[in-house]
Design a protein around this ligand. Structure first.
Ligand SMILES: [Zn+2]
Length: 116
């Protein structure tokens, strides 16, 4: 997509961006499908509305739901493995220095591990 984007942060940045675009596209497709169905079949029959309205709602709710899931995973809360100080970061961070004892901490998935 964006060739100028820095790739220093690991593949997770790409995954997040991909999931984000994917949820938008899915939502848009469902929304348009729901709109088309309710407009074409909706005249005189309730069939169009029965199929169209849930698709419209799904198209609006699904991206929000998927994005909320995406943001939920980005938050990492834990204790410093050296001194136990509370650390709040995101899993987009690969490593950081403890604000309390200044030692290196590695972020693996959602856990904080002692760095090299
Ligand atoms: Zn510490």
């Amino acid at each position: 997509m964006d060739a100028d984007r820095p790739v220093a942060k690991s593949g997770r940045t790409f995954d997040s961006a991909y999931s984000f675009s994917f949820s938008i596209v899915i939502g848009l497709v469902l929304f348009i499908a729901g709109l088309v169905i309710s407009l074409t079949l909706g005249q005189g029959a309730t069939v169009g509305l029965i199929f169209g309205i849930p698709l419209l709602i799904a198209g609006l709710v699904l991206p929000v739901f998927m994005m909320r899931d995406l943001f939920h995973h980005n938050e990492v809360n834990g204790a410093c493995p050296f001194c136990g100080a509370p650390i709040k970061t995101s899993d987009a961070t690969i490593r950081l220095n403890c604000p309390s004892c200044k030692r290196l901490i590695e972020v693996r998935e959602t856990t904080l591990q002692p760095g090299e």
